[in-house]
Design a protein around this ligand. Structure first.
Ligand SMILES: NC(=O)c1ccc[n+]([C@@H]2O[C@H](COP(=O)([O-])OP(=O)(O)OC[C@H]3O[C@@H](n4cnc5c(N)ncnc54)[C@H](O)[C@@H]3O)[C@@H](O)[C@H]2O)c1
Length: 302
């Protein structure tokens, strides 16, 4: 057992499997008391069971740690509140929340139904809001705390998961808003874009070149929850961890600008924009074009 998180109380959503489970186990092993939340659903978000969260609590207890299960759905306000209330009622405080829970409903945009869009946004984006909302009210009063959201490299865009990509982009903006809004109360907020072997990554359509284990991601999360990260004033950041690789994502900013003499008209813009302000090419679009080229030449080959 380490003491990186000694004395802290941490709540982890989606902690029954995959990355969330590894985060809960690692936080407990570093001395945190842990609220293990998991609705216990299939990858699409169906057939809930409380056994998944309870099993992780048993694992933590067997290793000498302290944890409590909450099997609620964090896409509801009541579920998010229950996660935080359980920490307060059981352990008397909340120092960190880690929102890992997620589901997938893959479909091309032109075929996507409301039933494929809404639950994905509700689980990822609203499910981060419900827990951040409940926790930040307490953290504001205590003058300290750490909020961690889970995003994905897919926030850059996705061929067949527009719902997931939109939710993950939203989580980054939510995290940055939390970092700005809670800065004066001593509360930090960061996002993690992991790449790790789980049932979810096994469902990713593209082959992942750089991938690691859930335990690699857990090490980063434990660091972000610790006083060591708080002393460095780390907030408003997005980190990727993929096996041995760790990376920070750029802050969005204007790349190039230009000014009109007088008002812009469509014609002035058409004359001015190309070659000056221009475009910032999408790296993923180049990848999609390359894949289409490879598929065409494979078809032509005898
Ligand atoms: N695995 C990767 O490589 C990868 C890549 C990018 C992003 N992510 C993100 O990391 C997070 C964890 O992914 P994972 O690969 O461990 O997935 P996973 O499917 O193994 O685990 C997700 C857990 O969330 C739980 N969950 C789903 N809906 C819930 C709800 N409404 N309330 C509470 N719990 C709920 C599920 O029961 C499950 O145990 C997700 O947010 C995912 O989008 C993962």
């Amino acid at each position: 057992m380490g003491n990186f998180l000694a004395g802290k109380v941490v709540a982890v959503t989606g902690a029954g499997r995959g990355i969330g489970r590894a985060v809960a186990l690692a936080a407990a092993a570093e001395g945190a008391r842990v609220v293990v939340n998991d609705y216990g659903v299939s990858i699409e978000g169906a057939e809930p069971t409380s056994e998944i969260a309870e099993a992780v609590v048993k694992e933590i207890e067997a290793a000498g740690g302290d944890a409590i299960a909450v099997a609620d759905d964090i896409s509801t306000m009541a579920g998010g509140q229950r996660v935080v209330d359980t920490a307060l009622e059981t352990y008397g405080r909340i120092d960190g929340v880690v929102c890992v829970a997620g589901i997938l409903r893959e479909r091309m945009l032109f075929n996507m139904s409301e039933e494929e869009w809404d639950p994905v946004l509700a689980t990822h984006l609203k499910g981060t809001f419900t827990v951040f909302r409940a926790a930040s009210a307490i953290m504001r009063r205590q003058g300290s705390g750490t909020l961690i959201g889970f995003t994905s490299g897919n926030h850059q865009g996705s061929v067949s998961q527009a719902n997931y990509s939109a939710a993950k982009g939203g989580i980054i903006s939510l995290v940055r808003s939390a970092a700005l809004g809670l800065h004066k109360y001593g509360v930090t907020a960061n996002a993690v874009a992991p790449v790790a072997r789980t049932r979810m990554s096994a469902n990713v359509p593209m082959e992942l070149k750089e991938i690691g284990e859930p335990e690699d991601v857990a090490a980063l999360v434990v660091y972000l929850l610790s006083e060591r990260a708080r002393e460095e004033r780390i907030t408003g950041q997005v980190y990727t961890i993929a096996g041995p690789k760790i990376a920070v994502w750029a802050q969005p900013r204007e790349l190039r600008s230009g000014y009109a003499e007088g008002a812009w008209t469509p014609e002035r813009i058409a004359d001015f924009l190309p070659g000056t302000v221009g475009v910032d090419p999408m790296p993923l679009l180049a990848q999609v074009e390359e894949m289409a080229r490879a598929a065409r030449s494979a078809k032509k080959a005898p």
